[in-house]
Ligand binder design. Structure first.
Ligand code: NAD
Length: 381
């Protein structure tokens, strides 16, 4: 049994799926671990650190792809790499099966077994494998740090001999995992924080972090979409949120937006008028940029200055904190691997709800019904 650790190839990616410190339990099962040279460099792990931990360095990426039985990855390998996988290999990572299912067709046809970390069900037993939450935590923290860095003001209230500086006002939209971490980070830096979420359940968590929760009357529309996620809202309900957001934007120094609905484009919550209402010098960080963005002016991946308002739309903030992002991700991956590796052998039981939920494809066919539907014309054709 050979487990391979690839060097990530996506532009700007610095994370690695497993760090040297994560290899102990895998090696203890008699599994061979082979690493592509340089795989951990972005996350501070040298080839030597991997070999000291008991892994070997692969002669080439090609050889590793052809030999590995299990490949934990951060991002899905490209189609050329997929076509070189060992038939029957298991690939586990952020495979974006709902966003870009067609980018996985070569691996499905190989056939490889694909598990998506995004699809791990949000049940108590799988919490230790919840990589989305791990990365959202890192992104929420880093978004506040990036905003504080750009803001031409201080975050904390300061009382000095030269006068008093008022605290920065931060507005967090979407109080899920990233939003709550953004609130906590902004509070630690001394800001006054307000937050908004469509899920009423978020209110208590927001308040427990010392922030003010802004409620919107949705006129009886349910915003709970199941699994702790929000539902996609009607235009009318979205409009009610937008009015509150535009009013709050006018007195905020920093806005961090994190609102998302799984598998759907991010809700457009900030219109041009909200940006126009913001004071020059204020900063908006749109963490929903990978899903299109919460602001209609967002250009994913591009930093803009809009009449003095800085709009950041980062696509991969966890990659800017690669050591801890990789460490958390590696733990999620190890916990997932424990479900499919028994005594050093692969043992995949799709009767297990965590594995069934996360499985994108097995034996050449899509397993996840949503992915199967998205791929219908391809698999039928
Ligand atoms: P997410 O990234 O899908 O969305 C971020 C936030 O945006 C959510 O809180 C959502 O309610 C909010 N949102 C969506 N549409 C909105 C709109 N139109 N206006 C305002 N806000 C909007 O969600 P997430 O952060 O991954 O998690 C959401 C919830 O799931 C949280 O309550 C979290 O605590 C819970 N959760 C549960 C588990 C578990 O049970 N194992 C694991 C992780 C998260």
């Amino acid at each position: 049994m050979l487990l391979g650790i690839l060097k990530e190839t996506a532009p700007g990616e610095t994370r690695v799926a497993l760090l040297p410190e994560s290899l102990k339990s895998v090696l203890a099962q008699g599994i061979t671990v082979r690493v592509e040279s340089g795989a951990g460099m972005g996350a501070g792990a040298s080839d030597a650190a991997y070999t000291e931990a008991g892994a070997t360095i692969a002669p080439s990426r090609l050889a590793l792809l052809a030999e590995a039985d299990v490949l934990p990855v951060v991002n899905a390998p490209g189609p050329t790499d997929q076509a070189r996988l060992k038939p029957g290999a298991v690939v586990i990572g952020f495979l974006r099966p709902l966003e870009t299912p067609h980018a996985l067709v070569a691996a499905i046809a190989r056939p490889a077994t694909l598990f998506s970390m995004e699809l791990v069900p949000r049940i108590s037993r799988a919490q230790s494998m919840d990589a989305l939450s791990s990365m959202a935590t890192v992104a929420g923290y880093k978004a506040v740090i990036a905003a504080a860095d750009r803001l031409p003001r201080l975050f904390p209230m300061l009382m000095t001999a030269a006068g008093t500086i008022p605290p920065a006002r931060v507005f967090v939209i979407g109080a899920g995992v990233a939003g709550l971490q953004a609130i906590a980070t902004a509070r630690r830096l001394g800001a006054v924080v307000e937050a908004y979420d469509v899920r009423a359940a978020a209110g208590e968590q927001v308040r427990s972090l010392g922030a003010k929760f802004l409620d919107v009357d949705l006129g009886g529309i349910s915003a709970e979409g199941g699994g702790g996620y929000a539902a996609e809202l009607s235009e009318e309900a979205l409009g009610r949120g937008r009015d509150l957001i535009t009013r709050t934007a006018a007195h905020s120094d920093v806005i961090i937006t994190t609102a998302q609905v799984p598998g759907r484009p991010a809700p457009r919550l900030l219109r041009k008028d909200a940006i126009e209402a913001m004071r020059p010098g204020s900063v908006l960080v749109d963490l929903a940029a990978p899903a299109g963005g919460n602001c209609e002016l967002t250009q994913p991946g591009v930093e803009q200055n809009l009449n003095g308002v800085t709009l950041l739309a980062p696509l991969n903030l966890p990659a800017e904190v690669p050591v801890h992002a990789s460490q958390l991700y590696a733990r999620n991956i190890l916990n997932f691997l424990a479900l499919i590796l028994k005594k050093g052998e692969l043992s995949i039981d799709l009767g297990d709800e965590v594995l069934a939920g996360a499985c994108v494809a097995h034996n050449g066919n899509p397993v996840n019904p949503r992915v199967a539907k998205l791929l219908e014309p391809v698999t039928k054709g």
